[in-house]
Design a protein around this ligand. Structure first.
Ligand SMILES: NC(=O)c1ccc[n+]([C@@H]2O[C@H](COP(=O)([O-])OP(=O)(O)OC[C@H]3O[C@@H](n4cnc5c(N)ncnc54)[C@H](O)[C@@H]3O)[C@@H](O)[C@H]2O)c1
Ligand SMILES: O[C@H]1[C@H](O)[C@@H](O)[C@H](O)[C@@H](O)[C@H]1O
Length: 333
């Protein structure tokens, strides 16, 4: 029997994941969708023969086996809590919650339920290049790590994007990734503001985050959200005896009239296409088999949100901010 999935939020990534579940992956079908934009939800549902239900009804509907949350970040926690209360597996796009307190409520609810039901959409952990980089690090190829340099560049962002979004919506990916890469928590954060780009409007763009990890490694993260030229994700680790970096990912290189050119992805859909496929395939297969999901869990979601809240404070105050993390509940040890 294929897994019956209800999708909440039929915007950009909601439709991407519905396309993936409907036409790329096997073993699942999207049987219900929900969006505060009724007209949009209706159109998406009609195209795949699904029902439209209000979000909380979708979660408790007996025909829905598992839930995929793709609505705006501020709405995630409420839906995740409803899915835990209904005892249903739930894949929540990042961020898990927009406040540390809401993340903590999810940890408490899932701990009380006694089994992990939540996975968070930090897809970089499924990306071939990030996985290869982690393999080199774990093998000790470059010796003990000292620093990591990261850049996260969006060509453009919508006009409603705020300075806080540059951290909570964009840098949160690197926050999760470095925790996973080095297997340790982030203890303190600073955010520096260089001269703003003339393309940035009112945004303090770019930003430079300095993340202090518990193992002594420092990670610097450039966030640019009006880079113009394309979607560009970089990462390089400096070790005691070498360096390892994400490779160039283009499938083609053109040599012509004295120049070598390779295409640059337009946005996250193109750059992480394969990672999203692997991420959702593993989630569907595990849930169908009745297993416990192995991807980023509610603790990872809580930790990323808590660090991101500290970074927002660091941006606003210009100060170094220590991360105040709760003790890790037994369910996530
Ligand atoms: N993992 C990734 O790389 C990645 C990529 C893109 C987006 N995202 C995340 O996915 C989420 C959605 O992003 P998007 O780019 O698709 O945004 P979007 O604005 O295109 O779509 C969000 C949709 O959610 C709907 N919505 C808002 N509140 C709702 C509610 N309470 N109930 C039901 N629907 C509601 C909106 O009407 C909209 O259609 C965000 O949290 C974002 O950070 C993750
Ligand atoms: O929601 C998107 C998504 O998470 C992308 O992966 C990230 O690069 C963007 O900055 C963000 O706006």
């Amino acid at each position: 029997m294929s897994l019956s999935i209800g999708v909440i939020g039929t915007g950009m990534i909601g439709r991407e994941h519905i396309r993936r579940l409907t036409t790329v992956l096997s073993g699942a079908r999207v049987t219900a969708v929900s969006d505060v934009d009724d007209e949009l939800a209706g159109r998406v549902a009609a195209a795949i023969g699904a029902r439209v239900l209000p979000g909380t009804k979708l979660i408790t509907d007996p025909s829905v086996d598992a839930v995929l949350i793709c609505s705006w970040g501020g709405t995630h926690a409420e839906y995740v809590l409803a899915a835990i209360a209904a005892g249903k597996p739930v894949f929540c796009e990042k961020p898990l919650a927009t406040t540390s307190a809401a993340g903590l409520r999810i940890l408490e609810a899932e701990s009380a339920y006694g089994r992990r039901l939540v996975q968070v959409g930090y897809m970089r952990r499924y990306d071939v290049a990030y996985r290869a980089l982690k393999r080199e690090l774990d093998r000790g190829t470059i010796g003990a790590p000292l620093m990591m340099h990261c850049a996260h560049r969006n060509a453009h962002v919508p006009s409603f994007y705020t300075p806080d979004d540059m951290i909570a919506d964009t840098a949160v990916h690197e926050i999760d990734m470095v925790r996973w890469m080095f297997g340790t928590e982030i203890e303190a954060v600073r955010v520096l503001r260089p001269r703003p780009s003339s393309h940035a409007g009112e945004l303090p763009d770019p930003l430079l985050l300095i993340l202090e990890l518990a193992n002594g490694v420092l990670a610097d993260v450039e966030i640019s959200v009006n880079a113009q030229y394309g979607y560009d994700i970089r990462g390089e680790i400096l070790g005691e005896s070498g360096t390892a970096a994400l490779g160039e990912l283009s499938p083609v290189a053109v040599r012509r009239t004295g120049r070598l050119t390779t295409p640059i992805p337009a946005d996250w859909r193109e750059r992480f296409l394969a990672a999203y496929d692997v991420e959702l395939r593993e989630w569907v297969d595990t849930v169908r088999a009745g297993g416990v999901v192995t991807g980023p869990d509610a603790w990872d979601g809580y930790a990323a949100t808590t660090v991101s809240a500290a970074a927002v404070l660091a941006l606003r105050t210009g100060k170094r901010v220590e991360v105040a993390m709760a003790d890790r509940p037994r369910l996530y040890r």
